[in-house]
Ligand binder design. Structure first.
Ligand code: ADP
Length: 245
């Protein structure tokens, strides 16, 4: 049970005596797309923080591909191939889509490598492939500042992909998007899973339904229900604490 993929078992996080996570267990297989939903304060952000090493649990196991995440620095965890996309995009408006993707490829190599950087044919192909994958191939030469809100979110997902992560954590990607952008985002995330695991925290249940994946419902820091969207939406415990409010 501690081999490939993401494995949380009995994870407990305490803030000033309050249990933000309370014996949370979660298993996400390599290549799996998983949605995590739950009311405000359920512990979704804290769960992501444990996975990226930002927050340390007081007890429980958190492993990725067999590595113990509870003992590692954030930078070491990032090097394991875990990438996180926060809600607010951090793209560079003055740079083009292509340049943003190029920066995401070269920046983690450090300042010296950046100064010596020359765009190779292989790097160009990787950037073009990613631009295509996130639906921005036609916008590659446009400054990121001219993109719509949704397109900026996709660019940031593309920037994460430039690091070829094994696990992508995505925080509320469709907040503020149009219906069309929301549908495209579902398509994009389904497309990038398979090659890597993707965990999406989201409030929008129509979007979660469009993902067509297994859903984990958190409540009071623990797993309340898990299964298809139909299964969890019909679960009386979920209806009571979340959907029925
Ligand atoms: P969600 O992302 O599902 O809304 P969070 O993980 O942000 O939930 O929060 C879970 C609970 O932990 C909330 O009650 C929140 O107030 C509390 N919490 C989160 N971070 C801290 C912190 N740094 N200090 C104290 N309490 C916190």
């Amino acid at each position: 049970m501690t081999g490939e993929g993401l494995y949380l078992d009995g994870v407990t996080v305490v803030f000033d005596g309050f249990r933000a996570l309370n014996t949370l267990s979660l298993l996400v297989a390599p290549g799996e797309l998983r949605a995590v939903i739950g009311p405000n304060g359920a512990g979704k952000t804290t769960m992501m923080d444990v996975i990226t090493g930002k927050t340390r649990p007081v007890s429980g196991i958190a492993r990725f591909d067999g590595h113990d995440l509870t003992r590692m620095e954030e930078s070491v965890i990032a090097n394991l191939g875990i990438g996180r996309k926060f809600q607010k995009p951090t793209v560079f408006d003055a740079l083009t889509v292509f340049e943003n993707l190029e920066l995401a490829l070269k920046a983690p190599r450090g300042p010296v490598a950046c100064l010596r950087w020359r765009l190779s044919g292989a790097a160009r192909s990787a950037i073009e492939r990613t631009a295509e994958q996130v639906g921005l191939a036609e916008r590659a030469s446009d400054p990121a500042g001219r993109l719509s809100h949704g397109q900026r979110q996709w660019l940031e997902i593309g920037m994460l992909l430039m690091q070829d992560p094994k696990l992508v954590l995505v925080d509320e990607p469709v907040a503020g998007m149009t219906d069309h952008e929301t549908a495209e985002t579902a398509r994009l995330l389904v497309g990038i899973a398979g090659e890597r695991s993707v965990v999406v925290v989201e409030h929008d249940l129509d979007f979660v339904r469009a993902l067509g994946c297994r859903v984990t419902v958190l409540h009071e820091g623990t797993m309340l229900s898990e299964g298809s969207i139909d299964h969890v939406q019909a679960d009386p415990r979920v209806v009571e604490v979340y959907l029925g409010r």
